[in-house]
Design a protein around this ligand. Structure first.
Ligand SMILES: Cc1cc2nc3c(=O)[nH]c(=O)nc-3n(C[C@H](O)[C@H](O)[C@H](O)COP(=O)(O)OP(=O)(O)OC[C@H]3O[C@@H](n4cnc5c(N)ncnc54)[C@H](O)[C@@H]3O)c2cc1C
Length: 418
């Protein structure tokens, strides 16, 4: 049986960052990856996917994405190529196509890590398997008529791959809005079942919103500082990195030809049952966008900055006449010639292989800033691990460094020392 100091589960940005830091600290480790490096980005993002964060904010230890325009937005394939290059430059000891099937700490303090082909004993395990590594499907999805093509934000690839006919996109978080835009640009007929999600303007007063939000300290808010802890589960705000980066709003989708529908409540035979929520969701997103602008205005005033004045954003147009959208309670799939439903209701992760009771009812791991209750067991890369930025590239280095420091200072080390 092979013995190593540390096993890392997952070779996404979190696993690669931890591996890089462990190598620098001289800690022997193995990194198991069920697919290939950056698998979530490869197999769970559609073809036109473009990061929502500008290159300068896509950081790993010792690395900033690309040598190109730091204010540009990289696409899926650029990011995957960059992660591969980072893994190679770090000489990360990755075993690809090797899913971890079980992790359990024995009475002797060593973790037994099993895959289909390996059994490894480790003093530490760092779980980097992703908090957003599979698409969620709501219970109602099971009632979709069998002849309707069913996809998720993870399995959708491009408009051409879909059966002919109208498409219903369920959910208007970042993925739902961006996929709806992708379909509209290809001339598809699109119905969008809205959900209550905030929006940020892509650019405001001369800078990208991410630049402003970093200066405002938005991403450094810790879990403990949240007024409402449930905010951790809120969908990411509507915005897009495509076309050089632009704002996306329910109004812009409607302007571009989408039919806005209320929240999807149920599927009854061949009828979608809807709640009358369109206007409320538009108003919710408008209010969030306005609040972000007000915060930026305040920051500019307080710091005496010489920022250009606000200008109208073409992707925050007036809401077109909604017709009966806000009172409509059904959509007949046959009358609307719907061939496809794409569920865009969020992502989660799978920790069923972890043989320890360290996951809450929502599937979120329990830990203190990445350090679990089980000595030697750590988490990195999960949304809100410590701060708002924990779940995105911007925050991974800070979390990975803190966990690696804890791991290497002897805390949680199995009997027998290093
Ligand atoms: C649609 C979408 C868009 C996003 N856009 C942005 C963005 O623009 N900018 C940004 O900064 N962040 C973005 N994020 C958030 C975040 O950066 C990603 O979720 C990122 O992939 C998280 O990195 P990670 O390494 O923690 O997890 P992942 O990238 O999911 O990596 C986990 C890895 O673990 C592997 N794995 C899982 N289980 C096992 C197992 N049992 N054994 C072995 N391997 C396993 C997976 O195959 C995967 O490669 C986005 C997220 C989503 C879902």
């Amino acid at each position: 049986v092979e013995r190593v100091d540390t096993v890392i589960v997952g070779a996404g940005q979190a696993g690669l960052a931890v591996s890089h830091l462990l190598t620098a600290a001289g800690v022997t480790h193995v990194l198991f990856e069920r697919g290939r490096v950056g698998e979530s980005w490869r197999s769970q993002r559609w073809d036109s996917f473009t990061l929502n964060t500008p290159n300068w904010a896509n950081l790993l230890p010792g690395w900033v994405l690309g040598d190109r325009d730091q204010h540009a937005f990289a696409d899926r394939d650029e990011l995957v190529a960059a992660l591969e290059a980072y893994a190679a430059a770090s000489s990360a000891p990755i075993r690809e196509q090797t899913a971890v099937t079980s992790v359990e700490r024995g009475d002797d303090g060593w973790f037994e890590v099993a895959t289909a082909t390996d059994r490894v004993l480790a003093r530490h395990v760092v779980v980097c398997s992703g908090g957003l590594s599979r698409a969620r499907l709501p219970a109602v999805a099971a009632r979709t008529p069998a002849d309707i093509e069913t996809l998720s934000a993870a399995s959708y690839r491009n408009p051409e791959a879909l059966t002919d006919g109208a498409v219903v996109v369920v959910g208007t978080g970042q993925s739902g809005c961006q996929i709806a835009e992708d379909l509209l640009a290809a001339g598809r007929e699109v119905f969008v079942c809205v959900s209550q999600v905030g929006r940020v303007p892509r650019r405001y007063r001369g800078r990208d919103v991410i630049d402003w939000l970093v200066d405002l300290g938005f991403f450094d808010v810790t879990v403990d500082a949240l007024d409402d802890p449930l905010e951790r589960y809120a969908a990411q705000p509507q915005v897009s990195g495509t076309r050089g980066g632009h704002t996306v709003s329910l109004q812009s989708l409607a302007r571009d030809g989408a039919t806005l529908l209320g929240r999807l409540e149920d599927i009854d035979g061949r009828t979608l049952r809807l709640a009358p929520t369109v206007r409320a969701c538009v108003e919710f997103a408008d209010a969030r966008s306005a609040a972000v602008k007000t915060a930026i205005d305040g920051y500019i005033t307080t710091h005496g900055l010489d920022a250009p004045p606000a200008t109208p954003d073409p992707d925050e147009p007036e809401l077109p006449d909604l017709g009966d959208a806000d009172t409509r309670l059904t959509l007949d799939l046959d009358a609307a010639a719907v061939s496809t439903i794409i569920w865009c209701v969020g992502f989660d992760g799978d920790l069923s292989w972890l043989r320890h009771d360290v996951v809450d009812d929502r599937g979120t791991p329990r830990h203190d800033a990445g350090v679990s209750e089980v000595p030697g067991l750590y988490f990195v890369g999960f949304p809100w691990l410590h701060k708002r930025k924990s779940g995105i590239l911007l925050g991974i280095e800070e979390d990975a460094r803190r966990v690696v420091e804890h791991l290497t200072d002897g805390a949680g080390t199995a009997p027998g020392g290093r």
